[in-house]
Design a protein around this ligand. Structure first.
Ligand code: ATP
Ligand code: MG
Length: 247
């Protein structure tokens, strides 16, 4: 079981108007763990991610990052956001800044690093995601897979305690998916704590410590990939897997 919790959600509830999108969510992610979140469209996966770094507020329940409750606002919230990085389906890079500037920007603004120190760190991270040669290009000059790897480098540049990925490969052409997943697998091997919403079942099987299956705003199953994929317990999960594995 989890010995050293890094992200904890306890009894978290959230509505959008009448719609109860997160229902009494209890979820613990241990330090160094990789948790893959899967489930049908609209089940609340993105909302779950967004509540963890407070892009969405919750109505009840507690969210702890490394033992500290999520701050409501202000400087403490900005610090928290820097500790839990997020990578989205759309890469959200600044189009008019170079790759290097994209990775360095928040290091200077949020972490208070000097420009040259930030740039040095950015080049290290770009090398780590296989983009050392692209530092001076603009996002539009890169492929989708390369842009997503820049977004990962940018998230890493904050020295986060954990990274959240919301369908990081869904916008990519098939031949680019693997280069992004390979970077994520390497991060997992290096011990990064990761929550990954994805439809890539191969990644879930090979890199996840746990699979969390959500449906209608609840966590229906939370088990090892081996157990989940070979013997899902719930009808919802069986149904979901039979659809997704046919493709
Ligand atoms: N800002 C919002 N305002 C109102 N409803 C929202 C908002 N964001 C999400 N929802 C609704 O909340 C539910 C959960 O959405 P969410 O995006 O978390 O699902 P998801 O599991 O990520 O789905 P998908 O697989 O399609 O990305 C959906 O019914 C969605 O329409
Ligand atoms: Mg989503």
């Amino acid at each position: 079981m989890t010995v050293d919790p890094l992200i904890e959600l306890r009894g978290v509830n959230k509505h959008f108007g009448e719609l109860h999108v997160l229902r009494d969510i209890d979820l613990t992610v241990g330090r160094g763990e990789v948790v893959v979140v899967i489930g049908p469209s609209g089940s609340g996966k993105s909302t779950l991610c967004r509540t963890v770094n407070r892009l969405e507020t919750v109505e009840s329940g507690t969210i702890l990052i490394d033992g500290t409750p999520l701050p409501a606002e202000g400087r403490a919230l900005a610090r928290l956001r820097a500790e839990v990085g997020m990578v989205f389906q759309s890469f959200n890079l600044f189009a008019h800044k170079t790759v290097l500037q994209n990775v360095s920007l928040a290091q200077v603004k949020v972490r208070g690093r000097k420009r040259d120190e930030a740039d040095r760190r950015s080049r290290e991270l770009l090398a780590r995601v296989g983009l050392a040669a692209q530092a001076d290009k603009y996002p539009a000059q890169l492929s989708g897979g390369q842009q997503q790897r820049v977004a990962i480098a940018r998230a890493l540049a904050m020295d986060p305690k954990a990274l959240l990925f919301d369908e990081p490969t869904s916008a990519l052409d098939p031949e680019m998916i693997n280069e992004v997943l390979e970077v994520m697998r390497q991060l997992a091997r290096d011990g990064m704590t990761m929550v990954v919403v994805t439809h890539e079942m191969g990644f879930a099987r090979s890199a996840a410590n746990r699979v969390v299956f959500m449906a209608d705003g609840t966590v229906v199953e939370d088990r090892s990939p081996e157990e989940f994929f070979t013997a899902p317990r719930s009808e919802r999960a069986k149904d979901f897997l039979s659809k997704i594995l046919k493709h």
